[in-house]
Design a protein around this ligand. Structure first.
Ligand SMILES: *Cc1c(COP(=O)(O)O)cnc(C)c1O
Length: 369
């Protein structure tokens, strides 16, 4: 039985929603765009949402809308997807890494303070694997030092901390809709904010720097084409309708994994949410011994798995540009050497979970005795 790492949850009604748009003349900048944005803002519990063509574009838009630029430093975790820190470089600013908490894998507030200089302008906390990231503590630090906060909640749509949605704590937040995320638009992303100024700027920059009221070919600032088509938005609306079902089903999958894998030597499970947290699981990542060999063996059994995440500061480009080296962020590096994502999606069946776990236990016995 071949078991993929991930699988989008597409039903007939998602397909129909897309097909309906194709029968209209509004394939972009049509009614589905504003509908998707309004529904997303309402779900997140914030005032404004701006849909864009990827999570990376949403991050870039956030950096640009907050005016981060050359000479500025932005604090980001090294244990994340590369886009969390690339977005800073896009605008000529410098990503400055701060190490993470060994249990939650999230940016450690204590480490942030050590990295603040007179050049620091913003923090980008990431809700790694869907686990929300001490936002209130981070906001306090930001306030104290007059810094902006961009939440990379690409992996955490639906996660809550103290009853408040991940993505809505900072100046702005972003979500992403690549097919392995909780909901998908094929490709897509969303910036959310309560700040009207950021909202207006983001809408303009997304659409080639056009002012909202001006003529089509009047561009009042440097902008990009980050637009998300109505075809994608229709899929997004249809997917968002079932987000609570998705969060619930994914939670069941995670708990089943917990059941079958807990207490096994040399296997460390991801953190379970604390009382003040509602977790929207993005992936299921375990720590194992001999991780690379483990991956090889699991793949031989046609079970999807992946080393997740390699540290950003150790990527070739970062080492060359900023001189980062092995040993700079020992907690992140230590996690990164052992972590492995195993099959995880909304409709992973009990039988599939059992097969994955049986194989993991067997391989663990073989190679880590
Ligand atoms: C998925 C993801 C993004 C955005 O990815 P896109 O593929 O551009 O949509 C950004 N940050 C994190 C942490 C992610 O997991």
């Amino acid at each position: 039985m071949k078991i993929p790492l991930s699988n989008p949850y597409i039903e007939e009604k998602d397909i129909n929603a897309v097909v309906e748009v194709l029968k209209t003349p509004n394939l972009s900048l049509g009614p589905k765009l504003s509908e998707f944005e309004e529904k997303m803002a309402s779900y997140a519990g914030c005032k404004y949402a701006v849909a864009v063509n990827s999570g990376t574009s949403a991050l870039h838009l956030a950096v640009k809308a907050l005016g981060l630029k050359e000479g500025d430093e932005v604090i980001v975790p090294p244990f994340t997807f590369v886009a969390s820190s690339n977005c800073v470089i896009f605008e000529g600013a410098k990503p400055v890494f701060a190490d993470v908490n060994p249990e939650t894998y999230n940016l450690d507030p204590k480490e942030i303070e050590k990295k603040i200089t007179s050049k620091t302008k913003a923090i980008i906390p990431v809700d790694v694997f869907g686990y929300p990231c001490y936002k209130e503590e981070i906001n306090e630090i930001a306030k104290k030092h007059n810094l902006k906060v961009i939440e990379d909640s690409a992996e955490a749509l639906g996660s809550k901390e103290n009853g408040k949605m991940a993505g809505t704590f900072g100046d702005c937040g972003i979500y992403a809709f690549y097919p392995n995320k909780q909901i998908t638009t094929g490709e897509g992303g969303m910036l959310v904010t309560n700040n009207k100024e950021i909202y207006d700027l983001a809408k303009s920059i997304r659409n080639q720097g056009r002012s909202i009221n001006n003529e089509w070919l009047d561009h009042e600032r440097l902008g990009y084409n980050f637009r998300l088509s109505d075809i994608n938005c229709a899929l997004g609306i249809s997917q968002l309708e079932k987000i609570e079902e998705i969060v619930e089903k994914r939670n069941k999958v995670a708990l089943k994994y917990y059941d079958l894998l807990k207490g096994i030597d040399n296997i460390k499970l991801p953190p379970l949410p604390k009382e003040n947290i509602r977790m929207s699981w993005f992936v299921f990542v375990i720590q194992v011994k001999n991780r690379d060999l483990f991956i090889e063996k699991l793949r031989e059994k046609e079970i999807g798995c992946s080393a997740y995440f390699p540290c950003v500061h150790l990527m070739k480009f970062y080492k060359e540009k900023y001189g980062y080296k092995e040993g700079d962020f020992p907690i992140s590096e230590n996690i990164s050497k052992k972590t492995m994502a195993i099959p995880f999606h909304t409709n992973l069946s009990e039988k599939e979970i059992k097969t994955v776990c049986d194989n993991i236990i067997k391989i663990n016995n073989e190679i880590n005795r």
